[in-house]
Design a protein around this ligand. Structure first.
Ligand code: PHB
Length: 361
């Protein structure tokens, strides 16, 4: 098909992106151990994918406590900042742009992954149903420890420091991860937040932490270099909310004064979807760019742009197996299929060895 919209440039905050295809954040669990440090193969992986209009890195923990899986990178130590600097330099050398996704997993962790074997923390002492992959194999989630009110400023400070570190590493901006059942999402939705203080109860209170983190991060970057990711209908990591449409409308209205570059919305996560949610209403309420994610194809992305339902589309799994995805879309070239067994952890195999179109010839 010929594309009228997918390959047109557009503004994302203060940046002008050459087209609408963004690489979505994806956990690949291949940082150097110990220390959760980005390493040479990560540089190669991101560089290979720099024909994306924007790369959003895999989720990166803002502190040792924010970690929930082996091998995920951090953005709090000197070594991690240096490791990310090489990634940023390689992407910039290709003329592209990269934001880092700032992450705290909250209850989606395990004491074996936490400093001093402590319990993971969360808004409330409610275990997620499900299992976590640890060094001892798959184990049930533990009941987390509810954060004390006095600890919350320290978490916000970790986000602020991570935003400073991201600047030092040379990123073009940051994405606040408020989706998929991790800490900020755990505070936002009422299935996981049963607090009775100023961070629980009303929507205003449950959104408070996200807004305070946004305040902290935009104080470093300015809103035009900050995006936020949400998943209003996602049930991954045992999430639920009693009134999602009203909750996310409140959140978007409260985010608007920060003049963020974009709202990144997980509309479908790994096959799940809730057709009752009105994503277009969220797009209309938000004053920045709307980045759609989940199960899009080149054709449905084009249609969504044509209907003005979004400004950008982020692609995840297709970028794993197709480092030159935008070009493949443009040329209607066949797509490689990603091997799920190499999604998480391991070495270069299934990571940097997927062929470009040239390699196939
Ligand atoms: C995952 O590692 O499975 C994962 C990480 C971050 C997400 C979603 C999934 O936002």
């Amino acid at each position: 098909m010929s594309f009228k919209y997918l390959f047109t440039e557009a503004k994302l905050g203060s940046l002008t992106l050459p087209h609408r295809i963004v690489m979505a954040p994806m956990t690949r669990s291949r940082s150097a151990q110990p220390g959760d440090i980005p390493q040479a193969m990560n540089v190669e992986y991101y560089q290979q994918r720099s024909s994306a209009a924007l790369i959003i890195t895999e989720a990166s923990q803002i502190s040792p406590q924010g970690k929930g899986y082996t091998g995920t990178p951090g953005i709090y130590s000197r070594e991690q900042i240096q490791g990310w600097k090489a990634v940023c330099d390689a992407i910039h050398a290709q003329g592209s742009r990269v934001f880092i996704q700032l992450w705290h997993v909250g209850r989606i962790s395990h004491s074996s992954l936490q400093p001093d074997g402590a319990l993971p923390v969360a808004p409330s002492a409610i275990a997620a149903t499900g299992q976590v992959f640890t060094d001892q194999g798959l184990l049930d989630f533990e009941t987390p420890r509810a954060l004390e009110l006095e600890e919350i400023p320290g978490i916000i400070e970790q986000y602020r420091q991570a935003a400073i570190n991201a600047k030092e590493a040379g990123f073009d901006g940051v994405e606040i991860h408020a989706a998929n059942g991790y800490l900020l999402d755990q505070f936002l939705r009422d299935g996981s937040n049963k607090r009775t203080d100023s961070y629980g109860g009303s929507m205003q209170n449950r959104a408070r932490l996200i807004l305070e983190v946004t305040q902290a991060v935009t104080s470093i970057w300015g809103g035009d270099r900050v995006g936020i990711r949400i998943s209003p209908t996602g049930t991954f990591n045992d999430m639920s909310d009693s009134e999602p449409q009203a909750l996310y409308r409140y959140l978007v209205d409260a985010l608007n004064p920060f003049k963020l570059a974009y709202l990144h919305v997980v509309e479908h996560f790994w096959g799940e979807s809730d057709t009752s949610f009105d994503f277009i209403a969220l797009r209309e309420a938000f004053n920045g760019a709307y980045m759609a994610n989940g199960a899009y194809t080149a054709e449905s992305a084009e249609a969504s742009l044509a209907n003005m339902h979004c400004d950008f589309i982020s692609f995840g799994v297709p970028f794993i197996a197709n480092p030159d995805l935008p070009r493949r879309f443009k040329c209607a070239h066949k797509l490689n299929v990603a091997d799920q067994s190499t999604f998480y952890g391991g070495d270069e195999h299934g990571y940097t060895d997927y062929p470009s179109m040239e390699d196939e010839q």
